[in-house]
Design a protein around this ligand. Sequence first.
Ligand SMILES: Nc1ncnc2c1ncn2[C@@H]1O[C@H](COP(=O)(O)OP(=O)(O)O)[C@@H](O)[C@H]1O
Ligand SMILES: [Mg+2]
Length: 304
Amino acid sequence: MVRAVGLRKGFGTVEAVRGIDVEVERGEVFGFLGPNGAGKSSTMRMIATTSPISGGVLEVLGMDPATRGPQIRARLGVCPQDDTLDTELSVRENLTVYGRYFGLSRGTVRERADELLAFAHLSERAGARVDELSGGMRRRLTIARSLMNRPDLLLLDEPTTGLDPQARHALWDQLYRLKQAGVTQVLTTHYMDEAEQLCDRLVIMDGGRIVAAGTPAELIARHCTREVAEVRLGVVDHAEHADRLTDLGARVEVLPDRLLIYADDGEAVLAAAHARGLAPVTALVRRATLEDVFLHLTGRTLVD
Ligand SMILES: Nc1ncnc2c1ncn2[C@@H]1O[C@H](COP(=O)(O)OP(=O)(O)O)[C@@H](O)[C@H]1O
Ligand SMILES: [Mg+2]
């Protein structure tokens, strides 16, 4: 569905994408996970054929975006990072006007609009104006709109950024149902839980480069232990205490407010720490996540 080899994007002297290799297979949900400025949106715009590539190779649906842009766009659904709904129009009109761009008949447009309003749980709001909708509803409408042409490939740039937890879960459900229906999805996110929940495979991007690639489970297994013991020692310099714990796990990471000790048995680490006379203010054991993978690879947290 997408093949990139050594793909690059520059803006003057800024190298937003510095040579990435990516292959997206039919039917999968593929993610670009990375912090702000990693180059995710620049990559998405090239795949969406709205931004020319600066170097390397890019094929979308087996075609070259430089010469086959219109043919590619006819088969793409695009949800940009910022909502681009027409606020002058009603919810329903946003779908029908968009559908007409693709040259669909009035009857087809009406049918698909009904179907997608129901899918996005917006049937009751069909006559409302877009500026009356909540952020979550707008996002669901944007996704519904991107599906009007029954795309083979759906591109979603930060689909849940700025949404409250409930709206995020509603949207995840919408994307999950699309996956079940066989729609190939490429999405970007800076939320590791989102990537972990939604993506079959993903790449972690940082500074325009891919720093790791695989399934969420593979990435965690490759770069982390099974569990993480988190220890908060109160108002102290946590770095000064890291040495007392290093031998208890495979690795220790120091954050401003806590120490992370990576080990397959987190409870055993806590027990050993207590036995050494360490008295944490709080301590917990959790499963390792993609956030830990990112921290390990870059030395930084994803959402600062
Ligand atoms: N149109 C543009 N002109 C100049 N620089 C840009 C432009 N778009 C993005 N950049 C720069 O490219 C880098 C990557 O940005 P972007 O692709 O938006 O990252 P992300 O979506 O991961 O946050 C950033 O340093 C950003 O400032
Ligand atoms: Mg972005």
